[in-house]
Design a protein around this ligand. Structure first.
Ligand SMILES: *Cc1c(COP(=O)(O)O)cnc(C)c1O
Length: 220
């Protein structure tokens, strides 16, 4: 396995390379290093190499790993990228700087209440079920206008839209659709692209890419 610094340089280089023809600036793309299942021994070298934005998909795991690391590095930003149960909303609001998985009215209610109680507003991406898949999380496209209105009415800072396209199909059309939906609703943030497709996502406007395997190696 190559070093963390080399992997990071490679991913950053790839982002910069595709930004050029897309007429975008690399600094407009936030690289979220997805550290789920990875221990502090794997995360620390990436911090040492300068990475400061990390993503986790489980509240419990993040609560176990990150408080000590954040104490040592107060400039770290932690993003929740995985599905969130309403009963974990309070913990998520306390722990994360951004939530990428706001996708249903019950969770909106729970998050709004948790943010009021904590006196802390955490920006949220609304996750869209972009491939209209049966068991997948995400707000149905048809429900998106009403849901976005409800999020705005609840006073939750809206970071933008997020999607996970269907597996094993060319992702570009789904990224393009998410970008169009965001533009239609006056939203700038686009959380899309993972290890296998972040370059395509950047060319189609991603502002946040969520990259795990390409930085940390395969998950066990
Ligand atoms: C695990 C995960 C990623 C990162 O996936 P890789 O293929 O390892 O880069 C991105 N987004 C979400 C929502 C994930 O759960």
């Amino acid at each position: 396995m190559e070093s963390a610094a080399t992997a990071l340089e490679e991913v950053r280089g790839n982002i910069a390379r595709v930004c050029k023809p897309a007429r975008r600036k690399p600094e407009d793309v936030t690289l979220i290093a997805v550290s789920k299942t990875k221990g502090v021994d794997a995360i620390q070298p990436l911090i040492d190499a300068g990475q400061r934005v990390f993503g986790e998909n489980r509240v419990q795991e993040a609560a176990a790993k990150w408080p000590a690391l954040r104490e040592a590095h107060p400039d770290i930003e932690l993003h929740l990228i995985g599905q969130l149960q309403s009963n974990k909303a309070e913990e998520a609001v306390a722990l994360f700087d951004c939530i990428h998985s706001l996708d249903r009215p019950s969770l909106l209610t729970a998050l709004a209440k948790a943010m009021d109680k904590a006196g802390r507003r955490v920006p949220c991406f609304v996750q869209v079920n972009i491939g209209d898949e049966e068991q997948k999380g995400g707000c149905p496209i048809a429900d998106l206008p009403a849901f976005l209105e409800a999020v705005r009415a609840a006073g939750i800072p809206l970071a933008g839209l997020m999607c996970i396209p269907p597996a094993d199909i060319e992702p570009a059309p789904f990224f393009a659709l998410l970008a169009k939906l965001a533009a239609d609703h006056g939203l700038k943030g686009l959380s899309m692209g993972m290890s296998g497709d972040y370059e395509t996502a950047v060319m189609l406007g991603a502002t946040h890419v969520r990259v795990g395997t390409a930085l940390f190696g395969a998950r066990g």
